[in-house]
Design a protein around this ligand. Structure first.
Ligand code: ADP
Ligand code: ZN
Ligand code: ZN
Length: 727
């Protein structure tokens, strides 16, 4: 597990007989000396010779496994991804293994204590121990069984003292055994599948028809259209064939409800892999999956590397969600790797979303993916009504317009609930005029410019054009200009003042940290009655609030018109997802969107024609500008306490890259939109190419050179392939 992009040669352990050398297979763990430490390493390959002289080679200390700890498909996947993401192979391997395996723990499940009769105990006459009735009773119980778990024996009321007495007499003995797989018996009878509507049926049939081979299917279904029901019925077909299903969900979508929904439907063991597990639980789940002791594996991003004994299908729910992209260390995209894994395992991959990413839609359009559509809400639920509120020139109260305050009041008085969405995700800030809606845009490429504070200026992160911060609006001469997205910090406070008698629930990372906090809040909300729900991105998915009839989006502009080229896509997705939380059959929902741009074609397309045409417009724009998915990006980031150090390193990177003479566009070094974090100054250098191959070729030659740069040793640097977040 070293950050070095190279492999290390070792001799076999001295204790290992020669005839066993052939058992040294790719993917077993070995213990090796590294510097003055002993580390767990992975055997990548064996060879008859080495570049090092024999007396320079150290011997491995021990062989930890009899067989590879990962199946061939996962080994291939790791090799491919370390290569593609230009991450050191050692770190890649070790970062996908459960912690205990990384530490050298044996590849076995949790050990439990069992009791059984000893040979003496078995030979004991039935009426002996008549003066110790309790001991006699336990002997009789054990006589009826091969062995019993210590825990069960204690639960049945036998005391530890009795057990100890019998152990001391050598009549019973304790031993350790790996627990049998725990089979979840559903609390209620397994729920029946729903009868599918026509679109659901077609989608399910297409997925089932693909079970025997690799293919990628995009399931695009509006919120509430019953995608989950399609997954469930496709999974049922996979289970019937004796295979396993892997379901990946976004970080914050993995709620107890998601797992419960699966458990209610299927009798088979289901394991969940998420960050809340301790090391032992994680290894147990991992083992159950790799040994075919779990039918369904539900997990977040990292579960894409979990081995399956009998892989049958991979489902990525909410495939557009950015939590599928790892943002530090090994920066892989679990969604993209799912497609690779599907190929290696020869199984179908289903990407589901109400708001597919532009990348995925692009692939569907080029017929790389089958495109399945659910256009109707399941059951009788109605789609919500959208309304744009023009907030130019309006007197706002902490971001709220009079019209919105009035609508909130009416909803509360009708004993219904309001969901108020605040956009706190730090989109790269740009400038806006509250009076006329003018926005800071680059003259050269029509993209939004990013505000930088030190030194203060506007910077185009697409073409590198820079200009001074205007003091007043260039269009209407009013002043001052605000940063988009400002002014909603105190929104919650003002809501409490305006509606003191209405319960207010704030749903964000802070209020939902504690175990069960989210669930308790959801339960309280769903007991009904008027309520205000204030929240951020967390509100956008996973939960359904049937009593919410008004959704308010306070600052849509910050997202739709932020400087990051993905900002409109993200905001469109969020808006549709948040809107999808509102209303059900009896109570249709309304969605109010505050904006400075009521006539902007993107926003009008989104609300009058829906996400798909909106996404088409975005795709056309990306094509024109050569941005992903019609261009390929790699971002080199660098940070250091001194801004110069960061920048100098990236300048040297750029010079080295230019020397390679490949047709790659380079942008930077620029200060990152988030220019300073935790006392470190952050810079970035962007590579863009229309050819993925060329970009890969550049990095392949460039990165080894960077490792030997002296300026590289000073800074903290990283390479991000297909960056999702331009920070
Ligand atoms: P999505 O995942 O597409 O947002 P869900 O799968 O959560 O939608 O389904 C939304 C609601 O519709 C759920 O309450 C579900 O039980 C219901 N539903 C799904 N399919 C059907 C169907 N065929 N008939 C009736 N109700 C359905
Ligand atoms: Zn203006
Ligand atoms: Zn520009």
């Amino acid at each position: 597990p070293t950050p070095l992009r190279r492999l290390f040669d070792y001799l076999p352990p001295e204790s290992l007989p020669k005839e066993q050398y052939q058992n040294l297979k790719t993917g077993i763990r070995i213990l090796v000396p590294l510097g003055n430490r002993e580390v767990v390493a992975i055997l990548i390959s064996t060879s008859e010779k080495s570049g090092l002289a024999k007396n320079k080679l150290k011997a491995a200390l021990a062989i930890l496994d009899d067989a590879p700890i990962l199946p061939t498909a996962i080994i291939k996947l790791l090799r491919w991804s370390a290569d593609y993401y230009h991450h050191p192979l050692g770190e890649s391997w070790l970062s996908v293994l459960p912690t205990l395996l990384r530490k050298g723990e044996a590849l076995s499940g949790r050990q439990h204590s069992y009791l059984r009769l000893s040979t003496w105990g078995k030979g004991l006459a039935d009426d002996s121990l008549s003066r110790a009735k309790k001991q006699q009773l336990l002997i009789r119980v054990l006589r009826q069984h091969q062995a019993l778990a210590l825990r069960e024996i204690l639960e049945d009321g036998h005391s530890r003292a009795v057990i100890k007495a019998l152990k001391d007499k050598k009549l019973i003995e304790e031993f350790q055994l790996e627990a049998p797989p725990q089979v979840d018996t559903p609390t209620q009878a397994a729920e029946k599948p729903l009868s599918l509507n026509e679109e659901q049926k077609q989608a399910t049939d297409k997925i089932i028809a693909s079970i025997k081979h690799f293919s990628v299917l995009l399931l695009e279904g509006v919120t509430g259209s019953g995608k989950t029901e399609v997954y469930l019925q496709a999974i049922a077909a996979v289970l019937e064939q004796g295979k396993q299903a892997l379901v990946l969900v976004p970080e914050i979508g993995l709620t107890p409800q998601t797992v419960k929904r699966f458990k209610n439907r299927f009798h088979c063991p289901i394991v969940a892999l998420h960050s809340g597990l301790n090391d032992r639980e994680r290894l147990d789940s991992w083992l159950q999956s790799s040994r075919d002791q779990a039918g369904i594996i539900i997990g977040t991003r990292s579960a894409i590397f979990v081995p399956m004994a009998k892989p049958g299908i991979i489902i990525i729910d909410e495939e557009h969600d950015i939590s599928f992209k790892q943002q530090k260390g090994f920066r892989y995209s679990a969604r993209d790797l799912a497609v690779m894994r599907g190929q290696y395992e020869n199984i179908p991959v289903v990407l589901g979303s109400a708001t597919p990413s532009i990348e995925t839609l692009h692939n569907a359009q080029y017929r790389r993916y089958q495109h399945l559509k659910l256009t109707q809400r399941a059951g009788n639920a109605q789609p919500p009504d959208f309304r744009l509120i023009d907030i130019r020139h309006q007197e706002l109260t902490e971001g709220l317009s009079p019209e919105l305050i009035e609508a909130i009041k009416e909803t509360i008085e009708a004993q219904q609930q309001v969901l108020i969405f605040l956009n706190r995700r730090g989109f790269a800030p740009t400038l806006i005029c509250h009076d006329c809606g003018w926005i800071a845009q680059c003259h050269h490429c029509e993209l939004k410019m990013t505000v930088h504070r030190s030194p203060a200026h506007l910077h185009c992160h697409h073409c590198d054009h820079q200009q001074a911060l205007p003091q007043r609006c260039p269009q209407c001469k009013s002043q001052p200009l605000a940063e988009l997205g400002q002014g909603t910090e105190r929104c919650e406070l003002i809501l409490q003042q305006l509606f003191p008698d209405t319960p207010l629930f704030r749903i964000d990372r802070d209020t939902t940290q504690r175990k069960n906090a989210m669930q308790n809040m959801v339960d309280a909300i769903n007991r009904g009655g008027s309520a205000l729900l204030v929240g951020t991105q967390m509100l956008a998915k996973g939960h359904h609030f049937p009593d919410v009839t008004l959704v308010a989006i306070i600052d849509s502009d910050a997202g739709l018109f932020g400087a990051d080229f993905r900002a409109p896509e993200r905001m469109g997705q969020l808006l549709i997802q948040v809107a999808g939380r509102a209303g059900r059959a009896e109570k249709p929902g309304k969605v109010y969107i505050q904006t400075h741009f009521p006539e902007h074609p993107l926003i009008t397309t989104l609300i009058s024609r829906g996400y798909h045409p909106f996404a088409q417009d975005l795709l056309a724009e990306r094509k024109q500008l050569g941005l992903p998915p019609c261009g390929f990006m790699a971002l080199v980031r660098s940070e250091h306490q001194q801004p110069q150090a960061s920048e100098i390193f990236l300048r040297e990177v750029r010079a080295a890259a230019e020397n390679l003479n490949l047709p790659i566009r380079m942008l930077g070094p620029l200060p990152s939109p988030l220019a300073k974090k935790a006392g470190r100054f952050r810079f970035q250098l962007l590579f863009v190419s229309t050819q993925r191959q060329q970009l890969q070729q550049l990095l392949k030659q460039l990165i080894p050179q960077l490792e030997s740069l002296r300026s590289a040793r000073k800074v903290r640097w990283s390479v991000d392939i297909d960056p999702q977040d331009m920070y």
